[in-house]
Design a protein around this ligand. Sequence first.
Ligand code: CO
Length: 297
Amino acid sequence: MAGHRKLQFAVILALIVTLAAVPAAFASGHGKKHPEKTGILLVAFGSSVKSAQISFRNIDRQVKKAFPKVPVRWAYTSRIIRKKLARQGQQLNSVAVALAKMMDEGFTRVAIQSLHTIRGEEYDDLVQTARAFTTMAEGFEKITIGEPLLSREKDLQAAAAAVLANIPKERKANEAVVLMGHGTPHPSNAFYAAFMYHLQHKDPNIFVGTVEGWPGIDEAVDWLKSRKIKKAYLMPFMSVAGDHAKNDMAGDEPDSWKSIITKAGIKCVPVLKGTAEFDNMIAIWLSHLKIAMAHLK
Ligand code: CO
């Protein structure tokens, strides 16, 4: 998949360089510089789940409210999601295509905001792609990138405070909250454990597991048992309550977190809300975008 993506990117890049060569000749003839045009590019992993779009709409609304004069564009980093949406007649851009289109629209400065949760593979790819767009001839004058949700120590603190505020009010102190993060083989996977440390500093019955990394559901069940937990709230720690939240977390299949925890004798209450449905979480991404915008000058 990564190979395909790289190839696709190389082709696009070659196209852009070729296309850009034409107006460049005009520009040098007239000795004219492009007028300044600033834009924002919001970059999410993406989701094909309809109800998950509430998260993206929420972010879109809040970014436009914070920067009312700046045009906002979107890109999805997941190729699988983009292909799936394309089959349903919905065209979502990759980062490279979104930037190429913005270049075509005459944008000279772009603040990209990563809407990812940790600085993993998707973020690394985003940084690489953005860099290519500034180093190429006729590239943007400047691109800055706002960091993912959990990047600095203060982000971990702010996100922990937000999670505590977003837990359903009826949850009692002796009941657990299990957050389901995505998880990754990327070294940034360690952010999940760091985040749990921050959370437990304030509330010892909050746990963070991941679907695709460590710690996983087995560790989470061990923690719940060792604390003699009788009831647990399950919440996705992903921007959207998409496929993972609906199926891997709250699904009825025997291997879902809900089924596994229930089988361990613990009552489960799934809460199907992505982090980007909460304004206090979006505020963290927004604070990163504000920094990216300030550095664009
Ligand atoms: Co996944």
